[in-house]
Design a protein. Structure first.
Ligand SMILES: Cc1ncc(COP(=O)(O)O)c(C=O)c1O
Length: 324
């Protein structure tokens, strides 16, 4: 058994998602720039239109079940992909699901919120954009539900705890198997980064495997230094639970593709979303995967990767946003 599988074996997980995810060679970009560019379709992980959060939920929901919890609380913005996936996976696992959603309740629900309503989960709106206010509201809700006898499993924004990050430790092992299958060696893995869990899990996986490449997180919400320290803290805790250590020098976040703020469209992101749709039939979104793809395209144009190198772009999902 490989080290990653061996170390993960002691953590309970659900295995209901559609894994492993497909990997496409992005022909035009590869041929144009002389770099082998691949896209891993983590938008196809199953449950509620898929996305990176399914992998975290595999471990989080199994943890909830191992603690005999019957109720789930997930936190996020009105358009949260994590909440939509927690709602769909949580319902399928037989749990009562509550979503604490930041931002005033819109008159006409669209995108993820519409799906949350379809799933029949309880939505609690908090009219604030401050993540701290959302967390306080979720704590109060947990107390209220507990006083009614519910056993609650409360997850932070993005499900980014050491337990949730195990989903991307596992994904890292899957990427190593993708490499063997495709007969390539990636020199870099690039993805959208926001609540740190995806990047932290990949870095912990890298530490376990002793992989020499770069994990590049493209920040869509936070300044570089802030996100780097969150990623390091979570990667450190995740790796420690697995008996490994992450070096701070491995943490790389690029804030240059975020634009003026979270969820504000940039022309480069619009170009990337259009290019992926028209050339590859792959739908990105304007909040996460489109900004990471904008970074990928810019890096290729600027010659950041060596000619002949292979790079992997993880499509982390989010394309329900196209229906907002
Ligand atoms: C579509 C999509 N991509 C990327 C991310 C970033 O993942 P993480 O929060 O683990 O950094 C998110 C998180 O909300 C997301 O919804």
């Amino acid at each position: 058994m490989d080290t990653i599988r061996e170390r993960l074996a002691s953590f309970p997980r659900l295995r209901n998602s559609l894994l492993p995810t497909p990997v496409h060679r992005l022909d035009h970009l590869s041929d144009e720039h002389g770099v082998e560019v691949f896209c891993k379709r983590d938008d196809l992980t199953g449950f509620g239109f898929g996305g990176n959060k399914t992998r975290k939920l595999d471990f989080l929901l199994a943890h909830a079940q191992s603690l005999a919890c019957d109720t789930l609380i997930a936190i996020g913005a009105n358009q949260s992909n994590f909440c939509r996936m927690a709602a769909s996976y949580g319902m399928a696992a037989g749990l009562e699901v509550h979503l604490v959603l930041g931002g005033a309740e819109p008159e006409t629900p669209t995108g993820n919120l519409r799906l949350d309503h379809l799933l029949g989960v309880r939505c609690h709106h908090v009219d604030s954009t401050d993540w701290g206010d959302w967390a306080c509201a979720a704590e109060r809700l947990e107390e209220e539900l507990a006083s009614r006898g519910r056993r609650v499993y409360r997850m932070p924004v993005g499900g980014s705890t050491p337990r949730g990050a195990l989903g991307y430790v596992d994904a890292f092992g899957e990427i190593l198997r993708d490499q063997s299958r495709l007969d390539v060696e990636f020199s870099a893995i690039l993805h959208a980064s926001s609540s740190a869990g995806t990047q932290a899990g990949l870095l912990a996986g890298q530490a376990l495997a002793g992989w020499a490449g770069e994990v590049l997180g493209i920040s869509v919400a936070k300044p570089q230094t802030e996100l780097e320290s969150e990623v390091f803290e979570l990667a450190h805790a995740t790796a420690a639970d697995l008996g490994a250590a992450v070096e701070a020098s491995r943490v790389a976040v690029d804030e240059c593709y975020m634009g003026p703020a979270y969820a504000v469209r940039t022309p480069e992101c619009e170009e990337a979303v259009t290019l992926f749709a028209q050339r590859y039939g792959i739908f990105l979104d304007y909040v996460y995967s489109g900004k990471a793809a904008a970074a990928l395209i810019d890096y290729l144009r600027k010659g950041r990767f060596e000619k002949g190198a292979a790079v992997l772009f993880i499509h982390t999902g989010g394309n329900v946003e196209l229906f907002e």
